[in-house]
Design a protein around this ligand. Structure first.
Ligand SMILES: [Ca+2]
Ligand SMILES: [Ca+2]
Length: 313
């Protein structure tokens, strides 16, 4: 705008100067009438764009808005996962012992059981003649050879009605001054105190005559019948049965045949009674000078429990 204005102004001044120079030569005429107004000049050029203005200041914070209404309740949540198993608790204190209950009534007697089947037949035992036992002593003052038969059930004195055996002289040495003709002796072990146990060590007693080895029991002994070759002996008919005295330190002088032993009158001064029970039977060789370097075989129908020589060698 201002540039266009300068150009118009300059043109006007130049025109005025030229007109002045022309006038200087004549008289100055009358002042001309005012010319008509010139046409409007063209529009000036647009000015350059101004610089950007400075940034305005931050406005003030608005006031707090109104409070909102309460919202609707939320939906129920899903069930939680199961927790880990807890540790085991401490053992509880034992309870007090209960009182003992009353005794129940006695039950009825049961019925008798059925009779069992018969047992199998046992093996046939050895033949009578094969049961011989050889009894040998070198010096009967120091030893006794024996075979023992322990009875399955004790037998009362009066209950022994037979005691038969064979004896055979197998060997006999010559010993100066000794008769050496006795056969085997028989010993009956007696449970004198009735406790069911035979406690006497009758073999030891033949040498010791010590009451202590009898315990509370005793024995009865048959002195041997004489022997020459083979002899059948019915022991209960042999004269010469004896037992210990009541104290147990010597012989009770019976010296009778066996059946008389059942007479209580013969028990005086001994340990025997009518109730005395025989627990075992022995056949023996030895126990006195009457047996020297002699071997005798005895044979009976009883089954031996033990064979040996006392004292053990
Ligand atoms: Ca006894
Ligand atoms: Ca006893």
């Amino acid at each position: 705008m201002s540039k266009k204005f300068l150009i118009v102004t300059s043109i006007l001044l130049v025109l005025i100067l030229v007109l002045s120079m022309v006038g200087c030569t004549g008289k100055t005429g009358a002042k001309g009438a005012t010319g008509p107004q010139g046409p409007e000049g063209p529009m000036g050029l647009q000015g350059l764009q101004g610089e950007p203005g400075l940034q305005g200041e931050l406005g003030l914070q608005g006031e707090l808005g109104p409070k909102g209404s309460t919202g609707a309740a939320g939906a129920t949540g899903s069930k939680g996962a199961t927790g880990d198993k807890g540790d085991q608790g401490e053992p509880g204190t034992p309870g007090a012992t209960g009182a003992r209950g009353s005794t129940g009534s006695k039950g009825a007697t049961g019925s008798k059981g059925a009779t069992g089947a018969p047992g199998a037949k046992g093996d046939t035992g050895p033949a009578f003649s094969n049961l011989g036992i050889l009894l040998y002593v070198e010096d009967g003052t120091k030893e006794i050879a024996y075979v023992t038969y322990v009875l399955d059930e004790p037998i009362a004195l009066a209950g022994l009605t037979e005691l038969m055996f064979f004896q055979e002289l197998v060997y006999r040495g010559y010993v100066a001054g000794q008769v050496n003709t006795f056969g085997a002796n028989v010993i009956l072990g007696i449970d004198a105190d009735g406790d069911g146990i035979y406690e006497a060590d009758d073999l030891d007693w033949h040498f010791s005559h010590d009451p202590a080895v009898l315990g509370d029991d005793t024995f009865i002994s048959m002195d041997g019948a004489s022997i020459d070759s083979v002899t059948k002996v019915d022991a209960l008919t042999i004269w010469g049965w004896w037992t210990t005295n009541a104290v147990g330190d010597g012989c009770g002088a019976l010296c009778i045949t066996y059946p008389v032993l059942t007479d209580p009158g013969n028990f005086v001064g001994t340990r025997l009674t009518l109730d005395s029970q025989i627990c075992l039977i022995r056949f023996v060789v030895g126990g006195s000078p009457n047996w020297q370097d002699i071997a005798i075989r005895v044979t009976s129908e009883m089954i031996p429990s033990e064979v040996g020589v006392f004292p053990c060698q």
